[in-house]
Design a protein around this ligand. Structure first.
Ligand code: COA
Ligand code: MG
Length: 287
């Protein structure tokens, strides 16, 4: 699911646009892109989108308000019966918070007769200082977990950083740490790592560079804030033809020598990690 497009759920016009722009996943936002006075309108907008979903349309995720906002129960009451594919939990501070949300979902699933565990969970796991110390706690926390996403804007506000990027556009060390630990946290929990948004939606080259670096390092997708970003993300995360050919060659080499642990291919050594990489590339190309 390379591109996950955010859309403020209080804007029916933007929701209509988001559903038709090629994003495999649309995140209906009830949190930070919605003003405090518009939360009820956002619940209605998200509910409307879920009710009107067409077969073959994008997956619909709802980003609810955080656990300590006093808003999340009304958010879930408005949406769970309409079966969003997943709930995105902002400011998530560890596996305990993921479990807490999972229980809230289970109660509502039972109330509306939906199968237990049908709704997935996509937490944003680096938005507070405390969250940074709990990144190892997602493994085994809940079987609803579909992926881990990271965020840099709220974290900057939390620690009082003047900025999270240096003049050349690279993340400064505290934010690079959050990004990198998210990769390890997701891998250790056995779910996909999702890269954070690129806010400068008029800079396609900068976005493309950041996507390629994310894919290089193991992220499976990236969140978007503008429809123009979707095609760039989808293209950057698709395996390149050369990569697929190399993966096929590696799989073929091991298939021909099932008793060998290490082989030579094009003058270089390949062993089990290379085979795992190749299998992952081919699985991604197929999906
Ligand atoms: N989803 C769907 N449609 C969107 C969109 C989005 N995320 N962002 C912009 N559009 C639409 C606009 O409504 C506009 O459509 P229109 O011509 O029919 O009115 C068109 O795309 C072009 O938009 P543009 O003029 O380039 O941008 P803008 O100034 O209208 O909007 C933002 C800029 C940042 C406010 C807008 O992109 C946005 O709301 N992004 C999502 C914010 C969000 O959800 N943040 C939370 C996660 S960090
Ligand atoms: Mg935020």
């Amino acid at each position: 699911m390379p591109a996950l497009l955010f859309v403020p759920a209080d804007s029916p016009r933007k929701i209509a646009k988001a559903l038709g722009c090629g994003a495999a996943t649309v995140i209906l936002d009830l949190e930070d892109s919605v003003a405090p006075g518009a939360k009820e309108r956002a619940r209605e907008g998200a509910a409307e989108a879920l009710r009107g979903r067409a077969p073959g349309g994008p997956r619909l995720v709802a980003r609810v308000n955080g656990l300590d906002t006093g808003l999340i129960d009304a958010d879930l009451d408005a949406l769970v019966a309409l079966a969003p594919d997943a709930i995105m939990l902002p400011k998530c501070e560890g596996g305990d918070d993921a479990q807490h949300l999972s229980v809230k979902l289970a109660v509502r699933e039972a109330q509306c007769g939906a199968p237990d565990g049908a709704i997935g969970l996509l937490p944003i796991v680096t938005e507070t200082a405390a969250a940074m110390f709990r990144l190892g706690s997602y493994r085994g926390a809940t079987r609803r977990l579909r992926g881990l996403a990271w965020g840099a804007e709220d974290l900057a506000a939390a620690i009082g950083a003047q900025t999270n990027r240096s003049p050349d556009g690279a993340y400064t060390p505290p934010f690079a740490l959050a990004r990198n630990l998210t990769l390890f946290a997701a891998s250790s929990a056995g779910v996909e790592a999702i890269d954070t948004v690129y806010a400068d939606f008029r800079d396609p080259e900068g976005l493309r560079r950041e996507c390629l670096a994310a894919r290089r390092d193991g992220f499976c997708g990236k969140m978007a804030i503008h429809p123009d970003q979707v095609a760039i993300i989808n293209e950057a995360f698709a395996p390149a033809p050369g990569e697929i050919a190399r993966a096929q060659a590696i799989v073929a080499a091991f298939a021909q020598a099932p008793d060998s642990g290490a082989l030579s291919l094009d003058g270089a050594m390949i062993d089990r990690p290379h085979l795992l990489w190749a299998q992952r590339v081919l699985a991604r190309a197929k999906s």
